[in-house]
Design a binder for this molecule. Structure first.
Ligand code: SPV
Ligand code: MG
Length: 297
């Protein structure tokens, strides 16, 4: 085959959802990292992680907007599809509250499942939601109403396969562990393939205690943003099968761009930043430019 034929046109050997399920049943934690577009998803894949988290925080930030249900379902879908199209690993789409009520959830499922995206995650906050770490009201939908969204999502899937992750924000909203466990169990019974228990504690204790009381054969998911000193292995041993580093890539990019532009602005010559930025050929490679075309200044 000519070196100038772009890669990426072949169908994946195994569906991405099958790959995700296989990883979740494996002997080590599945590691996902947040991204917001095709390029950042590729960086996650190249860094050796197992999956990409199409983060609502990152996608909103990439539009210069707060993570507050402002970006539409279609925009989220487009971003997740762009990630899926240029990577071989599973995309886990953060779908906030499911974009509204049960009918919105069913519609979103119908749209996402057609793309090959491996999993959708929906959370039990009220629509419109705001980012879990915002110092703002974090009100929950009644547990039974959210369970209905999961049931509706499962029914909307029919025979099609895509993993459904139910996320409880009980601990974020200030409820106790019993409420979080009640909700997690209810969502698992409604058809969730995995349960994400989110926490803004500075310590991992509450999610570890949640896991110690989890008595169902449904995998748990952790997002160790604030309790970041816990290791993946500790989380895995406690029962977490998927660990999501939700936003470290975007935060690294913000810092890197700020510093380079500050230096460029002060020095007033392009060469001042050459040593600290990626070369054009590196970006060509990331873009999938045919290798014969990659010679660049
Ligand atoms: C995201 O990355 O959009 C998440 C995780 O949902 S958090 O920002 O912690 O809510
Ligand atoms: Mg989110």
């Amino acid at each position: 085959m000519s070196e100038r034929v772009p890669r990426g046109a072949q169908a994946p050997r195994k569906s991405k959802v099958a790959r995700l399920r296989e990883l979740l049943a494996g002997p080590s934690p599945v590691r996902a990292v947040g991204a917001h577009d095709g390029l950042t998803a590729k960086l996650v894949e190249q860094a050796g992680f197992d999956a990409v988290w199409a983060s609502s925080f990152e996608i909103s930030a990439s539009h210069g907007l707060p993570d507050a249900s402002l970006v539409t379902m279609t925009q989220y879908l487009e971003a997740a599809t762009a990630m899926d199209a240029v990577t071989e690993f599973p995309v886990i789409a953060d779908c906030d509250t499911g974009f509204g009520g049960p009918m919105n959830v069913a519609y979103a499922v119908q749209r996402y499942v057609r793309t090959g995206i491996a999993a959708m995650c929906i959370e039990d906050k009220l629509f419109p939601k705001i980012n879990s770490f915002a110092d703002a009201p974090q009100d929950l939908l009644p547990a039974e109403e959210f369970a209905l969204k999961i049931k509706t999502a499962r029914e909307a899937l029919g025979d099609a396969d895509m993993a459904l992750i139910a996320r409880t924000e009980s601990l974020i909203a200030g409820h106790d562990l019993e409420e979080a466990l009640y909700r997690g169990r209810l969502y698992a019974a409604a058809g969730a393939d995995a349960v994400l228990v989110h926490s803004k504690s500075r310590r991992p204790d509450e999610v570890l205690e949640f896991a110690s009381k989890w008595d169902l054969d449904v995998p748990l998911v952790a997002v160790p943003t604030t309790y970041g000193t816990v290791s993946e292995q500790e989380l895995y041993e406690a029962g977490f099968r998927l660990v999501i580093y939700a936003n470290q890539g975007l935060r690294a990019a913000v810092r890197g761009v700020q510093e380079a532009l500050r230096e460029l602005s002060a020095a007033r010559t392009a060469a001042s930043v050459d040593g600290r930025i990626a070369s054009m050929s590196e970006v060509f490679a990331l873009q999938g430019m045919p290798s014969g075309y990659r010679t660049a200044p």
